[in-house]
Write a protein that binds this ligand. Structure first.
Ligand SMILES: NC(=O)c1ccc[n+]([C@@H]2O[C@H](COP(=O)([O-])OP(=O)(O)OC[C@H]3O[C@@H](n4cnc5c(N)ncnc54)[C@H](O)[C@@H]3O)[C@@H](O)[C@H]2O)c1
Length: 326
């Protein structure tokens, strides 16, 4: 099959492109480079520069490259920004998806993998979040991902499009330093940022009802996440009736304090964290029940949290050489 990978110049998309091509699949990247980096696309893989809102270019691209499946990662992804600019988020994440699906249906494509997020669950008050846990997103970003899942599923039913919505938990790490996330929006880069400046990393609240009082999350290495896309793509190709919604996490909770301690150890910057008040909207614990994906797709995460931090630090110092020696 030939897969169109939207957002393939982004952090996760670039890993998906590599995992798909390593598994013998053909890939074409479609990306407007609004946050992506062209150099992340491997040599020999076509990069079509354009927006998922551009229906004409999408139609031409699907035809020109004989695309038979789509992995859709292109989106805006900053939770805080989505609160300030909901119209932009709905436009790209929902309207962009609608335009893409329109082109996909028109081209008679049969397989669609959608990047969803644990943000669809909002503040789940459960030990392990299953795919049946009610979805009550807390931000416009989470809402757009949930609306996206509905749109993908409804289109799948109406037009015979095999589909999988993958709900990523907390993504970290890099398969190679140059592929690392360059943004500072998640805990790992946020702690790197503070430590590189010689400042104390911050822990937002240590009075949560968790063992050490700090929030607990489920971290997944981006290389494992990319492999899950290959497994999902293969499943859709093999079984045209597939309609799947799966958590992608390790099913293991790691507290913010444990993560900060590990990061200071790996980076060798032993600066004690500063505890500041809770941030609004942070749930105490969000950990995936990971059995559905292992059962359905025969996929299991291979990397632990130390692999994530070590590889993310290699990426951080690659992109910011001054941090390595500071
Ligand atoms: N990073 C995470 O922790 C995380 C967690 C859950 C879900 N996700 C989802 O995974 C996907 C990829 O996230 P990422 O972390 O790689 O982000 P990223 O910003 O690195 O990648 C997004 C890519 O989409 C492209 N893009 C954005 N708008 C576009 C448009 N209108 N047309 C074409 N291309 C466009 C960007 O240029 C970029 O290359 C997103 O859908 C995101 O919501 C990410």
């Amino acid at each position: 099959m030939t897969w169109l990978i939207t957002g393939g110049a982004g952090y996760i998309g670039a890993h998906v492109v590599r995992a798909m091509t390593a598994a013998g699949e053909q890939a074409v990247v479609y990306d407007d480079l609004s946050s992506g980096i062209a150099d992340r696309v491997p040599e020999g893989i076509p990069l079509v520069r354009g927006s998922i809102l551009d229906r004409d270019l999408l139609g031409r691209t699907l035809a020109e490259y004989d695309i038979t499946g789509v992995v859709h990662l292109a989106a805006k992804k900053q939770v805080g920004e989505s609160v300030e600019r909901p119209l932009d988020y709905y436009r790209v994440n929902v309207e962009g998806l609608r335009v893409l699906l329109d082109a996909v249906v028109d081209a008679g494509i049969g397989a669609f993998v959608f990047s969803s997020s644990a943000a669809v669950y909002g503040m789940p008050d459960v030990d392990l979040v299953t795919e049946e846990t009610p979805c009550l997103p807390m931000s416009p970003y989470g809402e757009t991902k949930l609306a996206g899942e509905w749109l993908v599923r409804a289109t799948g039913r109406a037009h015979g499009l095999a589909n999988a919505s993958l709900r990523y938990f907390n993504v970290a790490g890099a398969a190679a330093p140059e592929l690392a996330d360059t943004g500072v929006f998640n805990i790992v880069p946020m702690v790197f940022d503070k430590l590189s400046a010689g400042e104390a990393p911050r822990i937002f609240g240590d009075d949560y009802p968790t063992p050490d009082g700090t929030c607990v999350r489920d971290y997944i290495h981006v290389a494992d996440l990319a492999d899950a896309h290959v497994a999902a793509a293969r499943r859709l190709a093999a079984d045209p009736g597939t309609e799947l919604t799966v958590n992608i996490g390790r099913g293991e909770g790691v507290s913010v304090r444990e993560m900060v301690d590990l990061i200071t150890e790996v980076t060798g910057r032993e600066i004690a964290p500063e505890v500041t008040p809770r941030r609004a909207g942070d749930p105490a614990r969000v950990v995936a029940a990971a059995d559905r994906i292992s059962g359905e797709l025969d996929w299991k995460a291979k990397h632990d949290v130390r692999d994530m931090v070590t590889s993310a630090w290699a990426g951080w110092t690659y992109h910011r050489p001054e941090a390595a020696g500071s």
